[in-house]
Each structure stands twice: as structure tokens, then as C-alpha cells.
Design a protein around this ligand. Sequence first.
Ligand code: BTN
Length: 328
Amino acid sequence: MQDDVLGLLRKQTGSYMSGEEMARKLGVSRIAIWKQIQSLKRHGYDISALKKNGYILRSSPDLMLPAEIKTGLKAKMFCAKIHYFTSIDSTNNYAKKLAQSGAPEGTLVLAETQTQGKGRLGRSWFSPVGRSIYFSLILRPDVLPAYAQRFTLLAGVAVAAAIKKTCGLTVRLKWPNDLVVVNKGSYLKLGGILTEMAAESDRVNYLVTGIGINVNIDKNEFPADLRSRGTSLKAQDTHNLPVARVKLLQQIITEMEHYYKRFLKGDWENIISEYRDFDILVGKTVRIKQGEDIINGKVMEIDSEGRLALRSKNQVLRVIAGEVTLQK
Ligand code: BTN
């Protein structure tokens, strides 16, 4: 309902719309409209009211409220339900709880900040308030657990495509889950993907694909240990201009839905081929950490199953997971 009220105010940009007309259009009472207007104001929307003329939207806050995300969103299946938080421990944790209690595919959990944002391998994810994008999507593909990794790769392609379309920036992918930008021959981390799942031995119950993107973080805002390795979309802009988070998130969701539908239609071969276009590892010497084990080798390809194939001591190894470090 709040989405609809905001939608009407937006359509009417520059002129007033009476509470009565809004109520008629939405099939609710004028009091219900008034309540939604008060709630929007509390969130920081500047809405003026004139007894005679009705309401006019003067400006919007830089928040990723569901009403904002849904206005003009092209995706249909994803985002039918959005859970929005100004602060949460981790969107992935919340999405897992929702998924366990039966939330449908496409449910989105979104936050302005995370107090315990999670990275891969037990690391934490830097999540300053209102500066970036942190969200998790519930998926329920009918696939074997071994396929789970494919959704991390698919999400990488979708996010890279969305960033290209929205900001014009070329993002590259470091297998399996890093979004990076190339800077004077080195790689700076722009974002990451964390897919978690619940499965039986032969079937995925649900997947939660969590995505974090550094959007409007200034270089000096990164904690010292990330400063030389991390970057943001704003920091990559020639004029250091901020990026509209809502627009970017809308495009990411649209691309995610596009690639996910293609996956369901059996188009994996082409998706992984697109992933290869973004890849930075092929031909490089790497060190892969898998728990206590270390593998050194030269990357040959991302194979058709999304594994990293590397030549190591005259053997070809196909790795499904691990932490990859580029060697000089
Ligand atoms: C990584 O590169 O290590 C993965 C980072 C994933 C971060 C995102 S932010 C939204 C979602 N919620 C989390 O707690 N983590 C993921």
C-alpha cells in the first residue's frame, strides 16, 4: 500500500494530488492514505500538504525502502516480497530463517547496515550505514546440492552486467565470488557473494544468495586493513560522484531474474561462457587454500561445471571451492 501511495505521488511530480483522488484510485479510505503519508514522512520523505490541493512529493531520502525498489522495477518474480531493515545482524541469516519457515522463492532481505555482515570463510563484511548495498535473495531451484556454487557464479555475472549498465564501469570476477576492478595491474575488491544452502543429499531445499557491493564508501572510510585492497563505485568514478543505490539495486534484481530464468531453461552453458568473459584468473599462477590444504598451480579454465581447472605438478585438478590468491 505504501508502495502504491508513493507510486501515485511520483507519477504526479510537480503537482498536487488530492487525498480523495488517491483514495479512490487505490480503493481505500482517505484516512488510510493520510496514515501512509505520515509513515513516508517519518522515513524522511518531504511531502507537503495543502488542504485545498492535496499532497505533493518534494524530495525523497536516500533509503532503499521497498516502495522505492518496487517503483518502476522490471523484475516480476524476484522482490514480490521485500523485508527491509535499517539495521540487522546479517541479511543472509535473516533470509535463512525466512526460508526455513517456508518463504517463497524470490523473497528479498535488504538492510541499510549489518552489525554482523558475513563474508566467506567466516570473515566479516564491512557494512557502513546507507553507503552500500547489502541484500539476500531466497532461491529454491530443483537441483542437486553440487550445483549450489553455480548460483554464486550466476549472481556474479548478473551483478557485473548491472553495474556496467548502471554505472558504465567494467567489473571483473575472481572465481568464485569476488567482484573486482582492475587498477594499474592490481585488483581491488568491489563486492562479494555468499551463497548458503540447506539441502538433503540429493536435493537443494533452499539457497540464500547474499550480495554485498561497496557503493558510496570513500577510500578513507575503509578500515585500515581493507584500504589498499578495497574500492567502491564512488571511488572508481572519475569525479568521485555517488551512485544512486536504488537504481543499481533495481538493475541487479532485474539481471538476477533474467539469468536465473535462463538457468531454469537450461542455458547454463551460455551463462558460464559469459562468466569466462569476466574472469581474471585464467593463465595466472595461483595458490588455493582448502581448509588446511594448499594447492599451487596455473589456472587453465573455468570449466563447463563452473569448477576452476588448474595444472598442478603435471596434473589437472578441478577445484569446486577454495580461497584463491594470485601469485606474482
Ligand atoms: C565475500 O566476498 O566474502 C562475500 C561477501 C558477502 C557479503 C554479503 S552482504 C549481504 C549478505 N549478508 C551477509 O551477511 N553477507 C552477504
